[in-house]
Design a protein around this ligand. Structure first.
Ligand code: C2O
Ligand code: CU
Ligand code: CU
Length: 477
């Protein structure tokens, strides 16, 4: 026993331990550990979505897209597009199997939709091209679906992504399952960056170079704030659910004196938690990590984003400070033991499949003064659909014919990375977002479950989607 831990904490850990044992797990309402008893930073707390339905298995919220003021640092405001007036929008929390009902109203003066990035929803709820016509200004739409998987997800529009998301339309979703790893405190960190113009407002859409490389801003934001600070207690274990909501910035994060234990990726917990020195997130990515407070009371460590060349020198800027982690002077607590193994993930058998090639390329159209991004030589909306059926196993070779990296996203299904340039992946995980390096060939595999319809796949650099690097998988019943 470690007397430095509060009785409250011990009580909650005991509960977690018994809830985590499969033999005692009740079938009706499974015990799902809530975030630990220690407080998360006030400054970094996301506005919670207000649940209007008393039924514990229904999360019913109002979301409104509207113009607003975004306070990026104390006293410094920019005009923004917001969900319910905040950036990020309200944090939606649910348990596996809950029904999520969202009453959405568009109060912008342009059409929009909401896409539930990473949630396996029915196609007509996916908020993407081919699955939903854009919601006109003044109109409403009711999204309603169950959330089948535990993990960290996010929501954002699928119309003029490079403008609407850059201006603040994004929010996080946390879905908890029955066997969450223990931590003393848990929180969501949504990363973003902003480019401001001379007038101090978010800069308008930029030149050819920006269209080509994607926008990276000089201002680094966590949960909508610059110069953010997170308290930690010596010995405390924190669980960070990280979302990269940036337009084009790749995050390569390091926290001097600390290591990260990755317990989850896009599709939930990984089989083998891995301890690493750096975290890497392409745009759209999520990582679920544990970090132990190995520093002493009063110390400060800075989470930094290190330079990373993602092609043509983009991303090779100086390291930037993302978050200050400040140790409180509270008494030290004892670090929890290593996290347990995650769920077993069976590898999809691809031995008999003939992979389809999905090629990513780009060219500059000098006459139109634009960069054209293509999939299989064509640009959205002129890329022919890939056709498949419910029940099929899909194996794709993602081939990057350009030097620039293209973070690949698939809607609707989690996939496994089979190999990179012919080298088999060490362990299967579930992803909806992966890094596709310059001139790389990545083989992925996924099973098409019973949700027919059109499912988009695209590069998650927003300027690249806006300029055509998107297509659809058509799943027939
Ligand atoms: Cu964040 Cu089409 O996705
Ligand atoms: Cu998506
Ligand atoms: Cu791209």
């Amino acid at each position: 026993m470690t007397p430095s831990r509060s009785p409250l904490l011990w009580a909650s850990l005991a509960l977690v331990a018994c809830g985590a044992s499969p033999s005692t797990a009740p079938t009706e309402a499974p015990f799902i550990p809530r975030p630990g008893p220690d407080p998360w930073s006030d400054a970094l707390r996301l506005a919670p979505a207000v649940d209007l339905d008393p039924d514990p298995r229904v999360v019913e919220v109002n979301l409104e897209a509207r113009m607003g003021e975004w306070e990026i640092s104390p006293g410094r405001r920019v005009r923004a597009m917001t969900y319910n007036g905040t950036v990020p929008g309200p944090l939606i929390e649910a348990r596996v199997g809950d029904t999520l009902v969202v009453h959405f109203t568009n109060r912008l003066d342009e059409p929009t939709t909401i896409h539930w990035h990473g949630l396996r929803v029915p196609a007509n709820m996916d908020g993407a091209p081919h699955s939903q016509p854009p919601i006109a200004p003044g109109e409403t739409f009711e999204y309603r679906f169950t959330v089948p998987d535990a993990g960290t997800f996010w929501y954002h529009p699928h119309v003029h992504e490079g403008v609407q998301m850059e201006r603040g339309l994004y929010g996080a979703i946390v879905v908890r399952g029955a066997n969450e790893p223990r931590a003393d405190v848990e929180g969501v960190l949504v990363l973003d960056d902003l480019l401001l113009g001379a007038d101090g407002q978010i800069a308008p859409t930029g030149d050819l170079v920006e269209q080509h490389n994607g926008r990276e801003g000089e201002l680094s934001l966590v949960n909508g704030h610059g110069a953010a600070e997170l308290p930690i207690r010596a010995g405390q274990r924190q669980r960070w659910r990280i979302v990269n909501a940036g337009s084009a910035r790749f995050y390569r994060l390091s926290l001097p004196g600390h290591r990260f234990t990755v317990v989850g990726t896009d599709g939930g917990l990984v089989p083998t938690p891995r301890t690493v020195d750096e975290l890497f997130l392409v745009p759209g990515d999520r990582l679920d990590v544990l970090i132990d407070g190995t520093g002493g009371p009063g110390e400060v460590a800075t989470l930094r984003n290190l330079p990373y060349d993602r092609g043509h020198g983009a991303g090779l800027t100086e390291a930037i400070d993302v978050l200050r982690v400040r140790y409180t002077t509270d008494a030290t607590v004892t670090v929890l033991g290593p996290p347990p193994m995650g769920p077993r993930i069976e590898r999809i058998d691809t031995s008999t499949a003939t992979p389809r090639e999905v090629r990513f390329s780009e060219r500059i159209d000098r006459d139109a003064e634009r960069v054209v991004f293509m999939i299989n030589g064509r640009s959205f909306p002129d890329v022919p659909d890939l056709m498949t059926r419910v029940g099929a196993t899909e194996v794709w070779d993602l081939v990057n014919e350009s030097e620039m990296e293209h973070p690949f996203h698939l809607h609707g299904f989690f996939f496994q990375v089979v190999s990179r340039d012919g080298v088999a992946e060490a362990e299967a995980t579930w992803e909806d977002m992966i890094q596709l390096r310059g001139h790389e060939r990545v083989r992925i595999a996924f099973r098409v479950d019973d949700r027919p319809g059109h499912w988009m796949y695209h590069c998650h650099i927003l300027e690249h989607v806006d300029n055509g690097m998107m297509a659809a998988l058509h799943v027939m019943p």
